[in-house]
Design a binder for this molecule. Structure first.
Ligand code: HEC
Length: 261
């Protein structure tokens, strides 16, 4: 049994490295995906910066995009600054750090828009959705979000402007596009990797794998993955060399084949 110890440690390191992956998935059930030994904090930081989450953009806003030149257009940024000072700074703070005078008693703290890493993950349609609908939509509503919905009060052009200005508060000067923020690139639906089975955890519907780099998706690491259907666990055992497929939308390994014998 003592043999499993080193792997536990590696799994924790793997979790931290994979925070970006978990962030993409923004799943409420992220907890279920990590090996039981993983520190919850490490995974949390990835997808749920402090108090708040970045859930998927609803269909109505999926196609809402900001023309790339808007992000760096000085006129739009200047106009956005006026709007921000007038309508946003009360809560988000003049600097965007979330510490505005109106933020003190809010149950859910305003996001820190100076956090470059967090902002880098927010696609343009996510920005538009959040600024348009504010905290009137789930999951923010039930958490008591005070973020107002601005769609009735601000034209789309003004929303673009304030977003472009807010984006500069993260310290980024270029356009907010995938070319500049690799975090924004859509992930493929299926990715395939190869590695070794470390352990099976049928009670958690999980498999722990040590695997090599998954090109364009994830570094080499050892971590626990959800497996679906769970009966796939009957086809492999610890120590097997395997090839596996991750369904990045279902957030699970959906295919696994032995490579040896
Ligand atoms: C009354 C306070 C208040 C005002 C005014 C306000 N916000 Fe917010 N905002 C919040 C709170 C609280 C949150 C965090 C809860 C949430 O995400 O709904 C938030 C969240 C956000 C988010 C989501 C960030 C993320 O990481 O998910 C964006 C974007 C945002 N605000 C932009 C703005 C902009 C732009 C304005 C001005 C047009 C504005 N807010 C005005 C309180 C406010």
């Amino acid at each position: 049994m003592t043999r499993t110890r080193p792997f536990v440690v590696i799994a924790i390191v793997g979790l931290v490295v994979s925070a970006a992956w978990l962030a993409e998935l923004t799943l409420p059930d992220a907890q279920a995906e990590q090996p039981p030994t993983g520190p919850p904090k490490a995974a949390d930081r990835g997808h749920a910066h402090g108090d708040h989450e970045h859930p998927s953009v609803p269909p109505a806003y999926a196609k809402a995009h900001i023309p790339s030149q808007v992000w760096t257009d000085p006129k739009m940024i200047a106009k956005g600054k006026e709007i921000f000072v007038a309508k946003c700074a009360l809560c988000h703070g003049e600097k965007g750090d979330g510490k505005g005078p109106g933020s003190a008693n809010l149950p859910l703290k305003p996001a820190d828009l100076t956090d470059g890493k967090m902002v880098a993950e927010m696609a343009d349609n996510f920005w538009i959705w959040r600024v348009s609908e504010g905290g009137l939509v789930e999951p923010f509503k039930s958490k008591g979000s005070a973020m107002p919905a601005w769609k009735g009060e601000m034209s789309m052009n003004d929303r673009w402007a304030v977003i472009a200005y807010a984006h500069t508060l993260s310290g980024h000067r270029g356009p907010h596009v995938a070319g500049e923020h690799p975090e924004l690139k859509p992930k493929p639906k299926f990715v395939t990797g190869e590695g070794t089975v470390i352990s099976l955890r049928p009670e958690k519907q999980q498999i722990v794998l040590e695997h090599g780099e998954i090109k364009g998706f994830m570094e080499a690491m050892t971590m626990g993955y959800k497996i679906n259907p769970v009966s796939l666990l009957n086809t492999v055992k610890s120590g097997d060399k395997v090839r596996f497929t991750i369904d990045t939308h279902a957030r699970a390994i959906t295919k696994i084949d032995k490579l040896n014998d």
